[in-house]
Design a protein around this ligand. Structure first.
Ligand SMILES: [Fe+2]
Length: 209
C-alpha cells in the first residue's frame, strides 16, 4: 500500500515537472528575445534545446510507467514565469532587465532541481533504476545551467546593472547588504554598518550545522 501511494505521488510530481518543462519551453523564446547580453541569450538558447530533451526524457518515463503525462498544471513555475513576463513588460534599462531575467531563470532552475531531485530519489527507492538514471541526467543539466547563470551574473550582468546605480557608487557601499538610510538632517547614521552586521548574525544564528 505504501509503495502504491508513493508511486501515485511520484506520477503526480512527474506530471508537475512535465507541465513545468512545457511552460518553460513556451517562455524561453520571449526571454531570449528580451535578453541583451550575448552570453545570457546563448545560455537561454542552449537551455531551450536542453528543455526539449527534458520533455523527451519525461515522455520515456511516463511510457515506462504506462501513465499519461497530462492533467496537471504546475502553478509554481507559472508564478515564476508570470513575474518574469511582468518584468519584461515594465521595460527596464537593458542591463537591469538582464539581471532580472537571470534571477527569474535561476528561480526556475532551483524549482526544477528540487523537483527532479525528489523524483530521482523516489524512483531509486521504488527500484525504477532506468527512470532514476533519466531523471538524474536532467537534474545534472539543470544544475549545470544554474551554475552557468551564476557565472554570467558574477562576471558581467550584475556589474553592468550596478554601474547605472548612483546610490551605490562606492565599492564599500556595494558590499553592504542594507540600503543607505539617510537621517532627516542628511547626516550618515553612525550605526549603519552595525545594523548590517546584526541582521547577518541574526540570519545565521538559527541555521545550526
Ligand atoms: Fe528542464
Amino acid at each position: 500500500m505504501e509503495l502504491d501511494s508513493l508511486q501515485s505521488m511520484y506520477v503526480d510530481q512527474l506530471k508537475d515537472l512535465y507541465s513545468a518543462e512545457n511552460q518553460i519551453l513556451k517562455a524561453l523564446p520571449r526571454m531570449i528575445k528580451a535578453a541583451s547580453h550575448k552570453e545570457l541569450k546563448k545560455a537561454f538558447t542552449t537551455h531551450e534545446r536542453q528543455t526539449r530533451g527534458h520533455v523527451a526524457r519525461l515522455d520515456r518515463v511516463f511510457k515506462e510507467l504506462g501513465a499519461t503525462p497530462r492533467g496537471k498544471k504546475c502553478e509554481g513555475i507559472e508564478g515564476i514565469i508570470r513575474e518574469g513576463a511582468e518584468l519584461i513588460r515594465e521595460k527596464p534599462e537593458p542591463d537591469v532587465l538582464d539581471a532580472g531575467l537571470l534571477s527569474a531563470a535561476q528561480h526556475v532552475e532551483h524549482y526544477e532541481m528540487a523537483g527532479y531531485g525528489t523524483v530521482r530519489t523516489w524512483a531509486q527507492k521504488m527500484g525504477f533504476d532506468r527512470q532514476a538514471e533519466l531523471l538524474q541526467q536532467t537534474l545534472d543539466e539543470e544544475k549545470q545551467t544554474d551554475q552557468l547563470l551564476t557565472q554570467i551574473a558574477e562576471q558581467s550582468i550584475n556589474i553592468d546593472a550596478m554601474s547605472g546605480d548612483q546610490e551605490m557608487a562606492s565599492p564599500a557601499d556595494r558590499a553592504r547588504p542594507v540600503r543607505v538610510h539617510r537621517e532627516p538632517s542628511g547626516r550618515r547614521p553612525a550605526g549603519r554598518s552595525e545594523m548590517g552586521m546584526e541582521s547577518r548574525s541574526e540570519g545565521s544564528a538559527g541555521t545550526g550545522s
